[in-house]
Design a protein around this ligand. Structure first.
Ligand code: G6P
Length: 612
């Protein structure tokens, strides 16, 4: 949700800022802008639309050269996407320039305060208020002005700030939105995300809550609750060991396809990190038997696709570990006064580790006395940092807005966790445990088989490319995967989709089925196969076209009712979600491709949702 970048050094700031913004465009892409310091003057350029438009507009600008600058790529919250509302936002004197990620909740009262002091505003943004407020408090010390101004802010912010009176520094401040400082050779950086810096430095420092950083080209000073420290490159910084290739598309047209195809590899990597020599190895996680015995309930809390992983998790943990599980949307959980206490374990699932609602739910759970275990992809992210226990998915950097490989890796962790609980609670026999572990280990190869046949999904997508709506139906685990399949298709191809528990369709929604309506059905649970087939007959009788996903043992029965069928490799029913989601990901990708959609950056979306 909005990408922030900043540069200070001896090289051209503009080139660095634009390249960095390009890497972070997935965080928001409705407008972008930069401010560059030339001597003692701040020059700001910003444009509605994709970064490319800003790039073009800068080609003939003379006064964009300078060695200090900040940039922003926006996902609009306050005020529509326009040149004026794009960041950076400057104070009316032109002395202060600000890029911001987050929401200032008390911006109206601050704005009224400033209006009374004679300040005039030109944008609809909460960020302009921040720039004016810093200017208001500026006497002769930039740092003091920022410190006073941020103490007045309520809400969330990651800020990058320039002051024309002190051109030798960028000031960065963070609360509830991610922000990192990168340490280079005679140059330093700020960014929302490692991706933007990786071509320049591997040494990064993640700002903590309420930190203010004064970033000069040869020195970074962090002012925190704990006091003041000058960053030591070796002592204080994390070294990022990502492969630089991970930030490019490789031989693929889109990140989404690259990431779909990476799944066998990253799934294996994630499974191998938690299963060693055929045994679950949770030593590093730190859960104790004594603590596990004290548990009466598990909550799984997440947003978006991570929530869908949680829905699978509920079925699997309850079935294997025989403990009650509730799965909740983080945005609901945080406000519903959940019945959580010391005997509850709250599992937070998040790819980015920065989703605002998930982070708030985590804090709420801890306040209520629960311990939090998070399943996170980004090392050192806020959710990982604030959790009692962390399990990392090893999906690597995911760039396409629609998640694929992170979802699969999260699923695998949820299975391993369920098996671990079952083992510790002695609710599973040794034979069954070994059988499930063996199946899990075999899943990456089975997934590879699906990817080898991906053209079959292209053919299906071609057949249905002009649909305007689709229903996904299935029971239990299949229903959980339908939720993800439906979200995937709607987010990248803009087809209106709904996921329904197959038995529930007839309670109202079947009224929407008419001649030609596409129903996508998942039938991977053998004991429920006939039940779902009956539901398919009901929709077929009303004219629906049916695309079914099942296993080959059901070939003859499914062929009688479905117009098209995709067979996933045989696997234990309980683990089918890891395989059945793959054709749905591919179908979504190809549908979006055939419909000419912007696959990696679907309209209105952002990958990392750091506002509530
Ligand atoms: C956004 C992304 C989804 C993701 C959700 C939760 O909506 O587009 O793909 O599932 O946020 O994100 P998280 O980083 O917490 O998994």
């Amino acid at each position: 949700m909005c990408g922030i970048i900043g540069y200070i050094g001896n090289n051209d700031a503009k080139a660095f800022l634009l390249d960095g913004l390009e890497k972070m465009e997935y965080r928001g892409y409705d407008s972008s802008g930069i401010s560059v310091m030339s001597g003692n003057k701040i020059h700001t350029f910003k444009k509605r639309g994709r970064l490319q438009i800003l790039r073009e507009s800068l080609k003939n600008q003379q006064d964009v050269s300078g060695f200090v600058g900040i940039g922003h790529t926006r996902w609009a919250t306050h005020g529509g996407a326009s040149d004026i509302n794009a960041h950076p936002q400057n104070s009316q004197s032109g002395r202060i320039s600000v890029v911001h990620n987050g929401i200032i909740e008390n911006y109206i009262s601050l704005k009224n305060f400033l209006l009374e002091k004679g300040f005039k505003f030109i944008s609809d943004t909460d960020t302009e208020v921040v720039a004016q407020l810093i200017d208001f408090y500026y006497k002769d010390n930039f740092f003091e002005a920022v410190k006073t101004a941020v103490s007045k802010l309520e809400g969330s912010y990651a800020l990058g700030i320039l002051c024309s009176n002190e051109p030798d520094k960028i000031i960065a401040a963070k609360k509830d939105s991610p922000l990192i400082v990168g340490i280079g050779e005679d140059e330093n950086y700020i960014a929302s995300d490692v991706t933007a810096l990786i071509s320049k430095t591997r040494k990064i420092y993640r700002l903590e809550e309420n930190d203010i950083a004064v970033v000069k080209k040869d020195k970074v000073t962090i002012y925190s609750n704990a006091g003041k420290k000058v960053l030591d490159r070796d002592k204080d910084c994390t070294t990022i060991d990502w492969d630089i290739e991970s930030v490019g598309k490789g031989n693929y047209d889109h990140f989404m396809m690259k990431e779909i195809m990476q799944q066998p590899k990253v799934l294996k990597k994630t499974i191998d990190s938690l299963i060693k020599n055929g045994k679950i190895d949770f030593l590093d996680v730190g859960l104790t038997d004594e603590y596990l015995k004290s548990l009466s309930k598990i909550f799984i809390v997440a947003c978006g696709s991570a929530y869908h992983v949680g829905v699978v998790g509920r079925y699997v943990v309850e079935k294997l570990a025989k403990i009650s599980v509730e799965v909740e949307l983080a945005s609901e959980f945080r406000y519903k006064e959940p019945l959580v206490d010391e005997s509850s374990l709250v599992i937070v699932i998040s790819q980015s580790g920065e989703t605002a609602d998930s982070l708030a739910a985590l804090r709420e759970a801890k306040k209520l006395g629960a311990k939090v275990l998070s399943i996170v992809n980004v090392v050192g992210s806020s959710i990982a940092n604030e959790s009692d226990y962390v399990i990392y998915t090893l999906a690597g950097q995911e760039i396409a807005v629609a998640t694929t490989k992170a979802y699969s890796c999260q699923l695998s962790v949820v299975y391993i966790l369920a098996l671990y609980f079952a083992e510790r609670f002695k609710s599973i026999s040794d034979d069954d445990l070994s059988k499930y572990i063996a199946e899990l280990i075999s899943l990456p190869d089975k997934l590879e088989l699906i990817l080898q046949q991906k053209d079959e999904l292209l053919e299906i997508a071609q057949k249905y490319k002009d649909i305007s709506c689709a229903f996904f139906i299935g029971r239990t685990l299949d229903y959980a995967v339908c939720m993800e399949g439906s979200l995937k298709l709607k987010e990248v191809s803009y087809v209106h989709c709904e996921a329904y528990a197959a038995g529930e369709l007839k309670h109202g929604t079947i009224s929407l089925i008419e001649k030609g309506t596409l129903v996508i059905a998942l039938l991977t649970q053998d004991e429920l196969f006939d039940k779902t087939v009956s539901n398919l007959r009901e929709v077929k009788a009303r004219g629906a076209r049916i695309f079914a996903i099942t296993t080959a043992n059901h070939r003859s029965k499914i062929n009688e009712v479905a117009d098209d069928v995709y067979f996933i490799p045989e696997c234990l029913n309980l683990m089918s979600p890891v395989l059945s989601v793959i054709p749905l990901q591919l179908l979504s990708y190809y549908s979006a491709f055939l419909r000419g959609c912007d696959i990696d950056k679907p309209r209105n979306l952002a990958k990392s949702v750091t506002v509530e």
